[in-house]
Ligand binder design. Structure first.
Ligand code: MLT
Length: 404
């Protein structure tokens, strides 16, 4: 008889944001009169920038005529988009990333979930704790995580790098050397960042030990401080050890449109093999490319007007972050993040567990957030709020929390 993939059966409950969705829907059904404010999942609320809408309309019209119609996209992305990414996201920072080292996809979530396929099944991975759950869950699915220790809330074959108040929510170099290190800065969920000098230490460590860093830079557009790097390739030697993942979701509002990219420099070689070749083979076999119209929309983000428009949107969300940060501080909460990231990380009051605080907030303020423990054991006793809400709703949410 067919046996299903046993590794899938090891997964814990549902995906974090599906679980939250279920609980909130149940509450909404039981309390139809309540006006719920959702500051849980980091989904954007501002519409797409006008340059993107124009580019979409134009590309749709092209699809209507025989002369300009496009079928399958090139496996790795259209050159017009890869050139724009290389110029604006990398050359402008002084980073040497060529267009053919960029793989366009339908979003960073899929890429950061799929990328582990190019590593051996016994590759040892290290993650920050707390962490974006996709990194861990996809390694569980791949059979790399080992056995879940209920008491510790951890997988026994994963190296966890605790990010706590004591280390300013920045991971320390692990004593056991991992093969693959997942880093995300600005960080989801804590909103913390590290400086370029601190990131250089990780790059040197990876090069010394032969590890590969998977650098998730989905929130790069939110960096406001000058010593925080916008790309891992600003560090010397990163071309030899790092893969970078980027998204159009958080900077340009593509959460529903879907577009992202992954950079694998050709000089990143392990065991005599270019990782670039493996990912190109995987991409070509399993993927037919992001839609033409969406790649044209992505290209528009890199025009001068596009850059201006996304800056305004990021500014809007960062204003929400300020409202949340200062409002919660005034109300006596211990808060961090929200300066270089759209996430605010707060300590739950009165030693409440993360899920107890989730229920408390939902029941008493009708505000939804994300329990810190959903991101890992070190997130217990913490809670995440997103700045991606609408301004008025964010103001009201903070007012309600203050009144609780
Ligand atoms: C989050 O809320 O952590 C993110 O929005 C989820 C995602 O980007 O997939």
């Amino acid at each position: 008889m067919l046996e299903v993939n046993q590794d899938y059966l090891k997964l814990r409950g549902s995906y974090l944001f599906s679980e939250i969705g279920k609980r909130v829907n149940a509450y909404a059904k039981a309390n139809p009169d309540k006006k719920i404010i959702r500051l849980g999942i980091g989904d954007v609320t501002k519409p797409l920038p006008p340059v993107v809408i124009d580019a979409l309309h134009k590309a749709v019209d092209e699809m209507a005529s025989e002369e300009t119609f496009r079928g399958y996209a090139p496996d790795l992305g259209y050159e017009f988009l890869r050139n724009a990414i290389s110029d604006v996201d990398y050359k402008r920072l002084g980073c040497d990333i060529a267009p053919d080292e960029i793989f366009v996809s339908d979003g960073a979530k899929c890429d950061c979930g799929n990328i582990q396929e190019i590593f051996s099944k016994d590759a040892k991975i290290a993650v920050c704790d707390p962490v974006y759950p996709v990194y861990v869950d996809t390694n569980v699915m791949a059979g790399r995580a080992g056995v879940f220790d209920e008491a510790k809330g951890m997988w026994d074959n994963i190296i966890y790098m605790p990010c706590t108040k004591d280390n300013n929510f920045a991971p320390e170099l692990p004593s056991e050397v991992p093969d693959v290190i997942y880093l995300c800065f600005p960080n989801n969920p804590t909103g913390s960042t590290i400086t370029k000098d601190m990131l250089q230490v990780w790059v040197d460590y990876a090069n010394k030990n032969g590890s590969v860093i998977l650098y998730d830079a989905a929130y790069e557009a939110y960096i406001s401080e000058s010593d925080v790097p916008h790309s891992i390739y600003e560090c010397e030697g990163a071309r030899e050890c790092a893969i970078e993942l980027k998204s159009f979701s958080k900077n340009a509002g593509f959460t529903g449109l879907r577009l992202g990219y992954t950079v694998i420099p050709k000089s990143l070689v392990r065991g005599g093999t270019m990782l670039h070749s493996l990912w190109a083979r995987r991409h070509g076999t399993k993927y037919n490319g992001a839609p033409y119209i969406v790649q044209r929309a992505g290209e528009a983000v890199y025009s001068a007007e596009g850059q201006k428009q996304i800056k305004e949107t990021v500014g809007y969300y960062m204003n929400n972050a300020k409202v949340i940060l200062s409002g919660l501080k005034d109300a006596g909460f211990e808060v961090s993040g929200g300066v270089n990231a759209p996430y605010i990380w707060l300590k739950t009051p009165d030693k409440m567990t993360s899920w107890d605080f989730f229920d408390h907030l939902l029941n008493n303020a009708n505000v939804v957030g994300t329990p810190g423990v959903g991101f890992g054991a070190s997130g217990e006793g913490y809670f995440r709020l997103t700045a991606f809400g609408k301004y008025d709703a964010t103001l009201e949410a903070i007012e309600r929390i203050r009144r609780m």
